[in-house]
Write a new protein. Sequence first.
Length: 263
Amino acid sequence: MPIICKTPIANLTRDEFVVRDDLIMKCAYATQNKLGRLCEERVYENELADRLRAAGMKNVMTQVPILVTHGPFAKEYRIDLVADDAVYELKTVAQYLRVHDTQVFNYAMCLGIGCIKLLNFRETKVDGKLRIVPITPAKRHACRIITEDWKPLSSRCQLLKDHLTAIVADFGGFLEASLYEEALSSLLSAPETRLTVSSNGNERGTHPTRMLSEHIAFYVSAYTDDMDHQRPHLQRLFALLPLKAMHWINFNHQDITLITLTQ
């Protein structure tokens, strides 16, 4: 199995989650009242877990690992808190960002569950944000790879497409773009390289790039708005780098588009 969690976690209905959440939120408020708003996440995590056990919850675990694998590639995620099958991600941030939603949806889809909640202890009062996963496992594995604007410029380019196809077959879609990028980078032995950015013949700095071969790179994104709006910006960046071609892989829900940009 490409995604493994050795800790059994049931897929709770929303009503089942809410029943557990009532007690968990009471303990979260008590935790913040005790510790204040300035501690690190792990401090709140440990205090909350102890309070939940004392309140009678039977299976309370912290830092629960999820292992995602594909061939020799492996990546481990850790879930902050699981309490009687209710899953929580703790934060100590000024405000929630889109990346936090992306993170918990990624965890939930890896686990095959429909409900997961964010808890932010930095707010005046603990701010809980319940997220409901709208994607079924069947839909996650019904993705299509669109290659109308892709050009296999070398055997390495074909290998990129082959690995992408196999990874999507294993993982499905809708997960974090960084996961697919890391898997491809590992399988293709393409570590992050910083290339010089040049404008008007002058060096302006460097930019991190995944190199497929000497003058060909690949870039992974998850733009869900109009790709035609994003393409000019990527084309501008590409023109500033010492590259002949760049393969752009974009994950947009069920559509995974592979495009080749050339100078």
